[in-house]
Design a protein around this ligand. Sequence first.
Ligand code: PLP
Length: 400
Amino acid sequence: MTADVASTRDYIALDERWSAHNYHPLPVVLTHGDGAWMTDVDGRRYLDFLAGYSALNFGHRHPDLIAAAKAQLDRLTLTGRAFHHDQFGLFCRELAELTGTEMVLPANSGAEAVESAVKIARKWAYQVKGVPDGAAEIIVAGANFHGRTTTIISFSTDPEARNEFGPFTPGFRVVPYGDIDALRSAVTGNSAAVLLEPIQGEAGVVVPPKGYLAEVRQLCDDTDTLFVADEVQSGLARTGATLALDHEGVRADLYALGKALGGGIMPVSAVVGRADVIGVLKPGEHGSTFGGNPLACAIGRAVVRLLATGEFQERSRELGAYAHSRLGELEGVAEVRGRGLWASVQVAEGRLAGRQVSEELAERGVLCKEYAGNLRVAPPLVITRAELDRGIDAIAEVLR
Ligand SMILES: *Cc1c(COP(=O)(O)O)cnc(C)c1O
């Protein structure tokens, strides 16, 4: 802190003057985090009901994760992939074992993992499926969210994400989410992959119709097409299972993971899946300076250790069932969607709406995200039932 920057208003003015205006944050300036709580520059405490869009599944500064990061900071932080390091293979093996997969491609952001999966699927289509060069297609769902790179927004259906960012990357086909017949009609001999979120997070925690994901799997098997699951937000315990697809007993060929994989400390992502698919990449064909760095791998290994206990998956199931039932009974709530401790609350007509909802919640000490008449409830999975109740009580007051 410098003398001329002290108050909440000063900090916000600084951000507005010196940073790009691609976000519109709530007027709260945070300085500390601990478990499910955050503290602002005035010492006010807030319950975190967003958990960094699931990047904070284990809460702020989980002691095991901080200990792993500190130990690694004292040994080795970065090598580049020109050399081996002692955390790399262990991270890959442990993550593959946790997710029941065979091979791991480490990366940094979620978008980078999705981009990498797109490249792998295309390479596989040409080398293994025999698709004519340049003709591979990837089928995606409407209202998807897979990140913000130029290629990924090329297959977004959100005008805000796309407008005036063209020209767009070709090779994608969009079908309505949850409609197996539309998907069946879109698959051709040139289809490399179907890329889907098992539950659509940014679309409003949209759960597809029962049986849809198993039908997608069957369709992919029947047509020699890869099933790529984007579990960047749904994965790693958020829905009450290690992977959201686990609930359906469905396996994808490739999964994109991210967010929680970095333990709320740094960006860590990965593509995990079949060795015969990821194995199409040869030296020099793909890379990342920071992907799989020693610090990221040490933190990722500590995340995998937490997930291997099953404790967080169980907390999400139990607290999630409780939260869904309580939220569903609130006055002013039209619908609650989601799975585990991941809910989207649709506010009924005529109630407090828009940004005012999250502003009023912030005043009551709860930070969460409102979007298009919906309220996201996705606290860290370390939250206690009493803390959850406190947050839900605040929502009840605001919507009443
Ligand atoms: C957040 C998200 C991404 C992008 O992750 P970044 O780390 O922001 O690049 C991709 N897919 C899904 C489903 C996400 O929720």
